[in-house]
Design a protein around this ligand. Structure first.
Ligand SMILES: O=C(O)C(=O)C[C@H](O)C(=O)CO
Ligand SMILES: [Zn+2]
Length: 277
């Protein structure tokens, strides 16, 4: 498992493109028949991907990094499938996950196995795992089950629907909050006006983006923004002091996951448009 350290805004604002990408950008999450994991020391969120094609992929890692005897001994896991149909087996119970469906796996689950239905259109399971102190039941949610909100407008090029899967009023967790935002066709901006939430870090996965398209992702303190160019199926870590907003050269979807002090989705500090630099 790759490790990323936590960062200080005064240090991060000195970073050049290469260093910014080394610290915050996660380029490789879906490698056939392999589990990809990045442990961020920002609230110890693990960002990962499982892409079973010809064989099952198991949730496992170097346990010394986590100091436990199995992966979810002191952790919980959010899974969203962004690929073809697949299934996740949790301690012998099978959960079918279609595209854009979510499964939460509670602390204490010993064995998690990822499978695809069709090797020609394999599942791609995006993973966020946060430390947990309490066990919550494993639960699945479809887009129809999720609490949703329509935000933005076509005139601001940010008309979108936010689906909340794991949150205060949805699937219960110890601290993980997770959901997905679908931009309406012709809309390119997410999360603008921007916000920060010093109580929680956040990670974004951008997907459903054409191969030659990019998202210009903004990060940094509101008066010290930097950009990271994102391509399809790449993730980016946002420390709690950083804005996280982006504009695409094409339409896209993104998954957001958060860990920190509370699970209140609406607990955000909006950034005044006049403050941004
Ligand atoms: O489109 C949006 O706006 C979002 O999806 C925002 C994220 O959910 C977020 O940053 C939550 O804190
Ligand atoms: Zn946010």
């Amino acid at each position: 498992m790759e490790r990323r350290y936590a960062s200080h805004p005064n240090e991060a604002k000195q970073f050049d493109t290469e260093r910014l990408r080394e610290e915050f950008h996660i380029p490789t999450l879906f490698t056939p028949d392999k589990l990809e994991l990045v442990l961020s020391h920002e609230d110890r969120l693990i960002v990962g991907g499982a892409n079973p094609v010809h064989q099952a992929v198991k949730l496992e890692t170097d346990l010394k990094e986590l100091g436990v005897s199995f992966f979810l001994e002191r952790r919980e896991l959010g899974i969203i499938n962004i690929g073809g149909a697949g299934s996740v087996t949790v301690d012998g119970t099978n959960y079918e996950l279609e595209n854009k469906e979510c499964l939460f796996v509670g602390m204490g689950s010993k064995e998690v196995i990822f499978n695809s239905k069709d090797a020609a259109n394999p599942a791609k399971f995006y993973l966020n795992s946060a430390p947990a102190h309490k066990e919550f039941p494993t639960a699945k949610a479809t887009l129809a089950d999720a609490e949703s909100a329509d935000l933005g407008s076509i005139t601001n090029s940010n008309e979108r629907t936010i689906y909340r899967f794991i949150h205060e009023n949805g699937i219960q967790s110890a601290q993980l909050v997770m959901g997905m935002t679908l931009l309406k066709p012709g809309n390119m901006w997410n999360t603008m006006p921007a916000h920060v939430h010093p109580r929680r870090m956040e990670a974004y996965l951008y997907f459903d983006l054409p191969e030659d398209a990019v998202v210009v992702h903004l990060m940094g303190e509101p008066t010290e923004t930097r950009h990271i160019i994102m391509r399809n199926e790449e993730a980016v870590i946002s420390p709690s002091w950083s804005v996280h907003s982006g504009v695409g050269t094409s339409n896209y979807t993104f998954i957001w996951g958060m860990a920190g002090d509370n699970k209140i989705y609406s607990d955000m500090d909006p950034v005044d448009m006049k403050e941004l630099k």
